[in-house]
Write a protein that binds this ligand. Structure first.
Ligand code: B12
Length: 212
């Protein structure tokens, strides 16, 4: 049996090999993806964030812990097959300009793909212009923006303004997410919806296109 607390601690200590091995073992032992994420990987990152905030961890620790989770996600991603999920539509997603955090976005992508969405990932540090250009050429149903930094979350608002200025706002539903974001903030900047995690993102996205 896999101890998910050990997986959590492997993330906290930035032990990439152990995090990978325990994730593989958990998958073999039929631990659910939800438990691997919510009882192992994500709490590990949360602790790393707390240690960073207290000044006990620095950027190098954030980097290795992030890499440990990225490695673990590589093994989870193929398991989120689309079998059985009916086609939901096209979802364009990226992390806002100035922000390179992508683990949360990648978890959202896994959940969306597993729930029938055709997802295009624009990556990180995506400018309002790049988001607009992708919306104008992609015929997507939903644009999702991820923001982890309070300093740059305003770039999601700038992107919505740019969509309006380009006459594209009515073509697409806009969702926002990321640790510092809230549904009140989403409403304030004129987004259509907010979601606090991957599973909720899939539920809310379906609702936005009338397929829930
Ligand atoms: C790992 C990490 C990093 C890694 C990122 C690696 C990677 N590939 O992503 C690296 C080392 C690059 C990094 C860098 C920095 N980081 Co950092 N980082 C973190 C850490 C520890 C974990 C982030 C994470 O992955 N969380 C886990 C995921 C699963 O959660 P999530 O991203 O919130 O995503 C979920 C939901 O929010 C939602 N969601 C996310 N996106 C979206 C999008 C949509 C559309 C929807 C619907 C939902 C949704 O679903 C996701 C899945 O459930 C956090 C601490 C924390 N508690 O978050 C700090 C943190 C985010 N970082 C922080 C800081 C300060 C920095 C740096 C500025 C540090 C520095 N001095 O350089 C740099 C910034 C670099 C940049 N320009 O972006 C601060 C931000 C403070 C703030 N509020 O502004 C935090 C909170 C740490 C802290 N407590 O101080 N970081």
């Amino acid at each position: 049996m896999v101890n998910l607390e050990e997986l959590c601690q492997a993330v906290v200590s930035g032990d990439i090999d152990v995090a990978e091995a325990l994730t593989k073992k958990a998958i073999e032992s039929k631990v659910t993806i939800g438990d691997i994420l919510n009882r192992g990987l994500v709490p590990g990152l949360r602790q790393v964030g707390e240690l960073f905030e207290k000044g006990e961890y620095y950027l190098p620790e954030l980097i290795v812990s992030g890499d440990a989770v990225a490695k673990a996600l590589e093994h989870l991603e193929p398991l989120m097959g689309q079998e059985g999920a009916s086609y939901m539509g096209k979802y364009l997603i990226g992390t806002v300009q100035g922000d390179v955090h992508d683990l949360g976005k990648n978890i959202v992508i896994m959940m969306l793909r597993g729930n029938g969405w055709e997802v295009t990932d624009l990556g990180v540090d995506v400018s309002p212009e790049e988001f607009c250009s992708a919306v104008s050429t992609s015929n997507c149903d939903i644009l999702g923006m991820s923001s982890l930094l309070t300093m740059t979350m305003t770039n999601a608002a700038r992107t919505i303004e740019s969509l309006k200025a380009a006459g594209l706002r009515d073509r697409v539903k806009v969702m926002v997410g990321g640790a510092p974001t809230t549904s009140e903030w989403a409403e304030k900047i004129g987004a259509d919806a907010h979601a606090k995690d991957g599973p909720t993102a899939a539920i809310v996205a379906a609702r936005l296109v009338g397929k829930s």
